[in-house]
Design a protein. Structure first.
Length: 559
């Protein structure tokens, strides 16, 4: 009798769990304008304050407080979701998006998914369908990219043989081609597609979607929309799991990374590229965060990833290495990881202030594990990177539905002076044994500014629903680790290659259409670190400033 009662209880509990909520796992792609739109709406109190926006893509209509994630104001036709006769099935046409961009002189821009760094015109088209039946969610949203991809003045055009040797010596440890082939580039991807089984607040599935981890808006240290999405198995929450002590969100995944198979430079030797080990790489990692119940709006999180050649991953511990110690002294008799593997770690904090309509956030990461705690506390800057930023909404008293959004973010990936002069360590995303580095198909998975990059950005925008118009400024310092390691300052003056970008951008909705635009004028100082017409004792390097125009135009049609 007791066994029958237990079995009945389990069946009732399971049935309740499966029908706990009508949440759909239809995702808001991190490459779309809706991704940042909902984060802005949280500042205005229109999105669940417990949702961190640090484990994305967002998957739950509950936390976003909308009936249709692509129609937040219900301005389109009613019942866009076609429901099956039994009331359980859902079919929906996903928006059709056509995104275009152009660079007049050299590649510029990041966080554009499957697009490539290229001069000239390129475009990406995506669209698809979403189906749901019971706990099963299927999202098919492939992408197609085409780039004219003409040649441009790259590193080799302004440097001699020794400079080229230095370049190959540094970049042989990462798959980061300067140009993707010698002509037009075209490729189809599965894009933002997934198959999931969703139960309440958790989901298990297969996906090729771009992931975004941590609180950064312009850059993320470990996972961003900079590279094409990769094939992965994922177990994650779609909304916070609430407990008596607070809420938790997480994602655990295992996936495949591929090489680009393009040479590092447009011209020059390809021996470095061919010397890399072939075969795909196994990437796994986790992101978990906690929202203390007693501190509203606060999120504390931890990320960790492991990147290794698939042929080196053999045991269960290799496939699931999450319990590896953060201290090298505790692994492999003090030698660190037992197999060739690149580990990245970051911790983050995001604090959303509902009354102030503002947020502050910070992410601190390490490319290299410390030997022990004394090593960490003695040199916390060793192989570190960080992102810090804030956002603030200002009300327009005469227009209650309009606001001014102030934003600023700083990302620092460059090694510190101690790292360069006293205790040198490899740059972020570069690795001595996993020589494709932390990349997929030739683009960095984390911060799009790349190894040794630093970025300071700020913008101010007018906001009214889906409409947004603003101006922005970016100061992008290219790989200072490379330049400081191989080249001493000339008469005490910096040779840093710095891009100063001034731009305007906006989004606008009109009936079923959404438009987005960005126009940037970029002034590149010391482009590609070329010494042109240099005379000793001059304060700066003359005649090596170039100008570039970067433009983006996107059109989205919502069926």
């Amino acid at each position: 009798m007791r066994k029958v009662i237990i079995n009945s209880s389990l069946i009732i509990s399971l049935s309740f769990f499966l029908t706990l909520t009508k949440v759909c796992a239809q995702s808001v792609p991190v490459t779309s304008i809706f991704d940042d739109y909902y984060r802005q709406m949280q500042l205005l109190g229109k999105v669940d304050s417990n949702f961190s926006f640090c484990v994305r893509p967002a998957l739950s209509k509950d936390v976003l407080k909308v009936n249709d994630v692509f129609d937040p104001y219900s301005t389109l036709r009613k019942n866009r979701e076609n429901t099956g006769a039994d009331g359980r099935g859902v079919f929906l046409l996903l928006p059709l998006t056509w995104q275009q961009q152009v660079n007049s002189n050299q590649p510029y821009g990041w966080n554009d998914g499957a697009m490539i760094p290229a001069r000239g015109y390129q475009t990406i088209i995506s669209g698809g369908v979403y189906l749901k039946y019971g706990f099963l969610d299927i999202q098919l949203r492939p992408e197609y990219v085409y780039a004219v991809n003409p040649a441009f003045n790259g590193y080799a055009s302004g440097h001699g043989s020794q400079d080229l040797i230095n370049y190959y010596d540094f970049y042989r440890l990462i798959d980061l081609p300067e140009r993707f082939g010698n002509g037009p580039y075209s490729k189809a991807f599965w894009g933002q597609s997934s198959i999931r089984a969703t139960f309440g607040a958790v989901s298990l599935g297969l996906s090729t979607e771009n992931l975004w981890w941590g609180p950064g808006i312009t850059n993320s240290l470990l996972m961003s929309s900079n590279a094409p999405g990769f094939k992965h198995v994922t177990f994650n929450t779609i909304k916070p799991v609430n407990t008596v002590i607070g809420g938790f969100e997480w994602q655990v995944f295992a996936g495949r990374l591929d090489q680009s198979n393009y040479p590092l430079l447009q011209t020059g030797s390809t021996s470095v590229d061919s010397a890399r080990r072939k075969g795909w790489r196994y990437l796994t990692g986790f992101n978990i965060n906690y929202h203390p119940r007693f501190i509203p709006g606060l999120t504390i999180g931890l990320n960790r990833t492991f990147n290794a050649y698939k042929e080196d991953v053999k045991s269960i511990a290799d496939y699931i290495p999450f319990l590896l110690s953060y201290q090298k002294k505790n692994e492999n008799n003090g030698a660190g990881d037992a197999i060739p593997r690149d580990q990245l770690t970051s911790a983050y904090v995001r604090w959303y202030f509902a009354k102030a309509e503002a947020e502050l956030y910070f992410e601190y990461g390490r490319e290299d594990n410390s030997y022990n705690l004394n090593d960490f506390w003695g040199d916390p800057d060793h192989s570190r990177a960080y992102t810090v930023g804030f956002r603030k909404m200002l009300d327009l008293n005469s227009h209650r539905d309009q606001h001014i959004l102030l934003s600023s973010e700083i990302t620092q990936l460059a090694l510190t002076t101690d790292d360069r002069l006293v205790r040198y360590d490899g740059s972020w995303y570069v690795h001595s044994t996993v020589k494709q580095g932390y990349t997929n198909l030739g683009q960095v998975l984390g911060a799009g500014i790349g190894p040794g990059g630093n970025l300071q950005s700020a913008d101010i925008s007018w906001i009214c629903g889906l409409k947004k118009i603003g101006v922005s400024f970016q100061r992008y310092e290219h790989d200072t680790d490379f330049i400081n390691y191989y080249y001493s300052p000339i008469n005490g003056n910096s040779r840093n290659w710095v891009d100063l970008a001034f731009g305007v951008q906006g989004t606008w909705d009109f009936r079923n259409f959404l438009f987005n635009i960005k126009l940037q004028q970029i002034k590149s100082l010391n482009y590609e670190w070329v010494l042109k017409d240099y005379i000793p004792d001059q304060y700066y390097i003359p005649h090596n400033t170039v100008y570039n125009f970067h433009g983006e135009l996107g059109i989205t049609y919502r069926f």
